[in-house]
Design a protein around this ligand. Structure first.
Ligand SMILES: O=C(O)CCC(=O)C(=O)O
Ligand SMILES: [Fe+2]
Length: 950
């Protein structure tokens, strides 16, 4: 009995890893089906030539009358015939063959049709609406591309492992310099030969074509052509496959929803057609884990690991093709190629950790955790110990695993002995470490002098048109472009590295707006005091608060904070102009207040991270792996930030204010001036590392929590669209213009969303807002009407995900001069609300556009003015249809629709303008705050009223 109990207790001590979950983020809209159905329905007798390359095709003389075959005969076959060898010989090479069974056989030879040509043909077939041909060509293109890629990879692997013979291996040279070249020459020769011998086709590839395949573009065509062929599960899988590589593409998410909700393709039929085996095993393993089928977990996760190593080897081998040639100088070119190669190898782990659309943190390491736990459950303690030890190579002294290890040591009676980790895992960790160290060294000692090479540019001049469209560019071009964009958004750089003596330092203004600072300061009510006397708020604390007291305001504030952090991270990354990713290592808000205890802080230097250190404790040199940004949240007199030099003297110093951001190496010397009595000096401090394993777990955990909060809230508020729309109808809301009337998709105009009285109140609110004073009934009206409008848009467009306010404002436009009524200019030029209209008429959804805005609506408040028509526009900015506003009229549309407002000629035009988003990260905070304010005001007014009545 003793033993049983012991077992119980120990098992409880073993903690389980949290399974990662990925939930499809899907936007909703109907599948846009361009034009009428145009399927041919010719009743002809065709030949079935639906075979793939390499198949034998027997000419069938039976009647077949499906239009697929017709289409095939029509076009597909004609084209293929050029590359077919018609093998009319009777198949009698084999003497034993019975003559009666002889058939005429067409052999499709694997000849010239390579993926480049197939893809092009597929696209042409798509344009010609030859759906069958399109689908089959694209499928073949994809297959050929896969084959092509795998040949290249295998050649690389086989050559580097010496599995192929080298023709050049007899080459002997005596000059040492030449000897060092021989290795590369033999490898290159082997690779070239291998390719020529094994490639079945000889595609002509351009960078553009390769990118198209890497971004899974062929699946976009495959999806549509299969859809037209009514092959819905195949179409759904193609759409899903495309989505995974392009999760931000709104059309694809729409399509997925269409297949899922309208066509009712079962969830399991959405298959990632590019899925690598280990990912599938991982998913199975995780499923088993959730259902506590330990044997299955072991089986699948072991399989997963096996295949992972193979894919990792391939990923590493393919990095050979990663370098960029940026110089004419031999040694510089080789050095740059090596850096490109290492960089690429470092990214393999991230790449392979992406099972869905985002890398799963600690993917590889946690495979060992799943195994460790499952082996334990199956009482295979030795194996459990082995994988525990392997896990610890990835994260030495990981608390949970250390505990588990102790349990295992007791179980196995090996109290003080170490276990032996797995060889493959150990090798991996070692190689990874070496690669990191190598790269670190290079970054420190070689790459840092990068800017010295600025004149060594061999690239062609960029086509300026291309660069404005955000095409691929050299890394330096890219960041300059970004900095320009940031500058346009009001993020003004006030001091850069040149001014600040140290390479990485910068100071910018305008990273946060005044209200963002105020909001963020509102967050920091629960803080912890640090030994230095400073106060800290962090994501760990916020998780706690979110769980204990889940207010929507706090939750939204947190989302805003996370967004701000991501923004700052991006700025820092771009500023450093480094290809090395900065991972967020730790985010905190640090407030220095005047210190009650004057002894603290006497002889140490207060730091932005809330510590206070001795001068001697400053590191001797900068550390290239760590970077810090500090974004101030309030203006403080006498709370300067000071960069110090080697002697501890002030090098440069800055006053602090909301939005000012300082970036510097984490090992840089600096000092914070602690504010005077009564003041507090708060800043958002983000520390970064170039190592992925340093990534802030609390941030991920918080994101997961926020996601859960969303799901929960949403599931509580879901309501059927038809029911809601009926309710609107009963209240007198009527759609007076549909998408068709308004000549575009996802547009409507409805009347009855506000009464004359409500309009009047809102107009007054608009005017009162100018003075910053609104009475509660005005505020209530504003919230009520905007909520009705939001709900109507959500339900009218039949969105299956909730629509959130992103930005709301009341705006009145007044005619400049009432007498001037022949103006032709626009009050608001033609634009899309979430994209930037380019001169060629396309509207690009790029930074700095508000790409998070998915839908827009305007609730008009009056009609007693002249001009001021709202209109939808063509890409060339000419008018499509126009609408004259009136009270209660709601115009709703997809935020990408181009539109404008004509000049107001006479009088004043008032409207409540609203932008909505499907992404809860962008929820409007002021809306939530206004609701809170209203509650407070109403309570106060009630009190006053009671008081009056007394
Ligand atoms: O006021 C209107 O009718 C439209 C305004 C608008 O399009 C905008 O502010 O983006
Ligand atoms: Fe607009």
């Amino acid at each position: 009995a003793d033993e049983v109990e012991e077992l119980q207790i120990q098992e409880d001590q073993v903690e389980q890893p949290e399974p990662q979950q990925e939930i499809l983020e899907i936007e909703v809209e109907k599948l846009s089906d361009k034009g009428e159905e145009t399927d041919l329905d010719l009743d002809l007798t065709g030949i079935d030539a639906t075979a793939k390359l390499g198949d034998e095709v027997v000419l069938q003389v039976d009647e077949k009358n499906n239009n697929i075959a017709v289409e095939n005969a029509d076009r597909d076959l004609d084209q293929d015939l050029e590359s077919l060898e018609v093998n009319n010989e009777i198949q009698n090479q084999n003497d034993n063959q019975d003559i009666d069974e002889v058939k005429t056989v067409l052999v499709l030879q694997e000849t010239e049709l390579s993926f480049d040509k197939l893809y092009l043909d597929g696209v042409i077939a798509y344009e010609d609406q030859l759906w069958y041909s399109c689908a089959s060509k694209i499928e073949r293109a994809i297959k050929d591309y896969k084959n092509y890629k795998s040949v290249l990879t295998n050649c690389r692997l086989n050559c580097s492992k010496g599995l192929r013979s080298y023709k050049l291996s007899n080459l002997t040279v005596n000059i040492p310099e030449y000897a060092s070249y021989v290795k590369f020459l033999t490898l290159a020769d082997c690779y070239r030969r291998c390719k020529n011998e094994t490639l079945k086709t000889h595609p002509k590839i351009t960078k553009k074509l390769e990118t198209a395949f890497e971004l899974r573009k062929p699946y976009m065509y495959l999806q549509y052509c299969n859809y037209k062929l009514d092959r819905f599960s195949q179409a759904a899988s193609a759409a899903y496959t495309y989505y995974l590589a392009n999760p931000d593409d709104p059309d694809t998410t729409k399509n997925i929803v269409f297949y899922r909700d309208t066509v009712k393709v079962p969830e399991d039929d959405f298959i990632d057609l590019e899925m690598l085996p280990y990912k599938e095993y991982y998913i199975r393993g995780l499923h088993a884990y959730k259902t506590e089928q330990w044997k299955d977990v072991i089986y699948w996760i072991e399989q997963c690991l096996d295949d992972y190593w193979k894919q990792d080897e391939k990923c590493n081998a393919n990095c050979d093709a990663h370098g960029e040639i940026t110089s004419h100088d031999f040694a510089t070119t080789v050095a740059n190629l090596i850096i490109g190669l290492l960089n690429c190898r470092i990214q393999c782990e991230d790449k392979l950790s992406t099972v869905y659309t985002e890398p799963i943190p600690f993917f590889l390491r946690d495979l060992y955790h799943y195994l460790q736990f499952s082996y334990f459950q199956e009482s295979e303690f030795e194996k459990s110990a082995e994988v525990a030890e392997t896990f610890l190579l990835f994260s030495p002294s990981h608390e949970v695993m250390e505990k588990n290890k102790e349990v295992l040591q007791q179980k196995l009676d090996q109290i003080h002995s170490e276990f032996t980790p797995r060889q493959d895992g150990a090798d991996y960790v070692k190689r990874r470490q070496e690669t990191y160290d190598f790269m670190d060294f290079l970054v420190k000692n070689y790459k840092y002098s990068d800017r010295l090479d600025e004149f060594d540019v061999t690239e062609e001049e960029q086509d300026p048109r291309q660069s404005s469209e955000g095409q691929e560019q050299t890394s330096s071009g890219k960041s300059e472009n970004w900095l320009d964009k940031y500058e346009k958004l009001g993020m003004h750089i006030i001091a850069k590295s040149g001014d600040l003596n140290r390479e990485e330092r910068f100071v910018i203004d305008g990273l946060l707006k005044e209200n963002q600072c105020t909001e963020t300061l509102n967050l920091i009510q629960d803080v912890i005091e640090l030994p230095s006397g400073a106060y800290e708020f962090n994501f760990k604390l916020s998780q706690k608060k979110l769980l204990e007291n889940p207010s929507e305001e706090f939750e939204t504030l947190l989302r805003h904070l996370i967004r701000a952090v991501e923004y700052i991270q991006h700025y820092a990354q771009v500023y450093r102009n480094s290809e090395i990713t900065l991972f967020i290592k730790k985010t905190s808000i640090i407030c220095w207040k005047d210190l009650e205890d004057p002894d603290i802080n006497q002889d140490c230097y207060p730091q932005e991270d809330g510590s206070c250190i001795q001068f001697n404790d400053f590191p001797d040199s900068l550390h290239p792996d760590y970077f810090t940004t500090v974004t101030y949240l309030n203006a403080v007199e006498n709370g300067d930030f000071q960069f110090l030099n080697e002697n501890g003297d002030v090098d440069s110093s800055f006053g602090v204010k909301c939005g000012r951001t300082v970036g510097f190496n984490s090992a840089d010397r600096l000092r914070v001036k602690v504010p005077r009595k009564g003041a507090q000096r708060c800043a958002l401090v983000v520390r970064y590392s170039t190592h992925m394993e340093d990534i802030e777990v609390d941030l991920h955990e918080l994101l997961r929590l926020l996601h859960q909060v969303d799901e929960l809230r949403y599931n509580q508020t879901k309501e059927d669209a038809a029911v809601v729309l009926k309710r609107f109808e009963d209240k007198g809301v009527k759609v007076i213009k549909t998408a068709e009337d308004l000549k575009g998709e996802e547009r409507f105009a409805a009347e009855g969303l506000a009464t004359d009285e409500q309009c009047e109140i809102l107009r007054n609110v608009a005017l009162l807002l100018l003075d910053g004073y609104v009475q509660s009934y005005g505020l209530r009206m504003l919230l009520e009407r905007s909520e009705e409008a939001r709900l109507f848009v959500e339900k009218y467009f039949n969105l299956t995900k909730p629509l959130f306010f992103e930005y709301t404002h009341l705006v009145c436009r007044t005619a400049i001069n009432d007498s001037n009524t022949d103006r032709q200019d626009l009050s608001h030029p033609v634009h899309g609300d979430n994209c930037i209209l380019q001169p060629d008429g396309t509207c690009t959804h790029d930074f700095p556009a508000f790409t998070q805005r998915h839908y827009s609506a305007l609730l008009y408040l009056n009609s007693d003015f002249e001009g001021g028509e709202f209109f939808f526009a063509h890409p060339n900015k000419t008018e499509q249809v126009s609408i004259h506003p009136k009270c209660g009229l709601l115009v709703g549309f997809n935020a990408s629709s181009l539109h404008g407002v004509k000049a107001v000629l006479k009088g004043q035009r008032c409207a409540l303008a609203m932008w909505y988003t499907l992404n809860p990260t962008f929820k409007e905070i002021t809306h939530i705050q206004a609701r809170k304010l209203l509650e407070e005001k109403e309570a106060q007014e009630k009190l006053e009223k009671e008081h009056d009545e007394l």
